[in-house]
Design a protein around this ligand. Structure first.
Ligand code: NAD
Length: 341
C-alpha cells in the first residue's frame, strides 16, 4: 500500500493504544509466562500495528514493538550478552502470502544455469517452546541463556544443566573454539498431558499450555524445580561459529547431530515452492500427532553465503519466514480431563 500523507488524530490514537497493548501483552507473555490473550489475538494486533506503520512510516519510533525482538531481561536473572544477536521471525498467515514471500526471495537469489532457483529451502517445524542460546567452548557447555531482547538474555545455565538431552560435553573432535547453538526447549505433548494429569490427581492446578509451561520451567529460580519438568530441546540455529566447517544450515545440523546435540527429525531440504507447500499440508494434517506442539512451519534459505547476502532487519532475518497455521478451536486432552472431572 502507498504511504498516506498525514495520520489523522484517530489513527494516532489507535496507534498509541496498540503500542501500549502490545507492550503489555508481551510483558505478560515473556516476563510472567502468563499470557493475557491468545496468540491469534496478539498476532492480529501486531499485524494492525505493522499495517498502520506501513501507511504512516513517520509514526515508527526506534522503540516501536515492530523494531524489537519481543522479550526483556528479568532482574531475577544475571544478564548475558549474546556473542551474536538473536532474532525473531517474520510471520505470514496465508499460503498466498507465503508464495509471494518465496517468489520474491527466489527472484533476489537468482537462478542456476538450468533456470531452476538457486535457493534450497530448509523447512522445519515451528516448535512452540522457548528459545535458548547455548555457548560451547572447545566442546564444553559453559553458559545457557534465554533470548531476552535479542542482544542480552537471562542466564539460565543451572536450569539447562538439568536437561539430560543437552550435552555438557560434545562428542568427537574438531569443534569450533567457540560456538553458540540455538534451539527450542519444549515439553513433549504426551509428557505434558501426563504431567498435568499427575498435578490434577495431586489436587494442584494444571499448567495452561506446553509453551508457557516450558518457559516457566526454564525460568525457575531453583534448578531442582526445573529438573522435575519433562523438558526436551531441538536445535534450530547457530550464532557465533568461529572456524565452523560447514556451508549450509543443514550441513551444520548433520555435524551437530554427530556431536551429540538433539536435532529435529522433522526438518527437510526442499528444492521448490511446490515441495514447501506439500510439507506445510502434510504437517498441518498431522500437527497433533507429533512429538511436540507446533504453531507453524519455518522456511529458511539453507546456504550460509546466501543467508549472509540477504542479512537482517532490526527484528528478523531476511532469509527466513514463519508460516502460521490458522488458529483452531481449542480442544486438548487437558480440556477433556477438565470436562470429565
Ligand atoms: P515467533 O515465535 O513468531 O518466532 C521466533 C521464534 O520462533 C524464535 O525465537 C524461536 O524461539 C522460535 N522457533 C521455533 N521453532 C523454530 C525453528 N524451527 N527455527 C527458528 N526458530 C524457531 O516470534 P517471537 O518474537 O518469539 O514471538 C511471537 C510469538 O509469540 C507469536 O506466536 C505470538 O503470537 C506469541 N506471543 C503471544 C503473546 C500473547 O499474549 N499471547 C504475546 C507475545 C507474543
Amino acid at each position: 500500500k502507498e504511504a498516506e500523507a498525514v495520520p489523522t488524530e484517530s489513527v494516532r490514537e489507535e496507534y498509541e493504544n496498540l503500542v501500549d497493548l502490545v507492550r503489555k501483552y508481551r510483558f505478560a507473555y515473556y516476563q510472567e509466562d502468563a499470557p493475557l490473550v491468545s496468540d491469534a489475538e496478539f498476532d492480529d494486533l501486531f499485524r494492525r500495528l505493522e499495517e498502520i506503520e506501513a501507511l504512516h512510516p513517520e509514526l515508527v519510533a526506534n522503540d516501536s514493538p515492530t523494531q524489537e525482538v519481543g522479550g526483556e531481561v528479568s532482574a531475577a536473572f544475571k544478564p548475558v550478552e549474546h556473542l551474536q544477536r538473536m532474532y525473531s521471525l517474520e510471520d505470514v498467515f496465508s499460503l498466498d502470502e507465503l508464495e509471494a514471500w518465496l517468489a520474491k526471495a527466489e527472484a533476489g537469489i537468482g537462478k542456476l544455469g538450468d533456470g531452476t532457483p538457486a535457493a534450497a529451502w530448509l523447512t522445519e517445524l515451528k516448535i512452540d517452546g522457548l528459545a535458548v542460546n547455548l555457548l560451547y567452548r572447545d566442546g564444553k557447555l559453559v553458559r545457557a541463556a534465554t533470548r531476552g531482547d535479542g542482544t542480552t538474555g537471562e542466564d539460565i545455565t543451572h536450569n539447562v544443566l538439568t536437561i539430560k538431552e543437552i550435552p555438557q560435553q560434545l562428542q568427537g573432535g574438531d569443534f569450533p573454539a567457540e560456538m553458540e547453538i540455538r534451539g527450542e526447549v519444549f515439553i513433549p505433548s504426551k509428557a505434558f498431558a501426563e504431567f498435568n494429569e499427575a498435578l490434577i490427581e495431586a489436587g494442584k492446578a494444571p499448567l495452561a499450555n506446553p509453551r508457557n509451561a516450558a518457559a516457566g520451567s526454564l525460568r525457575q529460580k531453583d534448578p531442582a524445580e526445573t529438573a522435575k519438568r519433562p523438558l526436551k530441546m531441538f536445535v534450530h540455529g547457530i550464532g557465533a561459529r568461529e572456524g565452523l566447517q560447514a556451508r549450509s544450515q543443514s550441513e551444520t545440523y548433520a555435524l551437530l547431530k554427530e556431536w551429540g546435540l538433539p536435532v529435529s527429525p522433522y526438518s527437510e531440504v526442499l528444492k521448490s515452492v511446490g515441495e514447501v507447500l506439500d510439507f506445510i499440508k502434510r504437517y498441518g494434517d498431522q500437527r497433533h500427532k507429533l512429538l511436540h506442539e507446533i504453531d507453524g512451519i519455518v522456511i529458511k534459505v539453507d546456504d550460509f553465503a546466501t543467508q549472509r547476502a540477504l542479512g537482517y532487519t532490526t527484528r528478523v532475518p531476511r532469509w527466513a519466514v514463519a508460516y502460521k497455521y490458522p488458529p483452531e478451536e481449542v480442544h486438548t486432552k487437558l480440556l477433556d480431563i477438565l470436562v470429565n472431572v
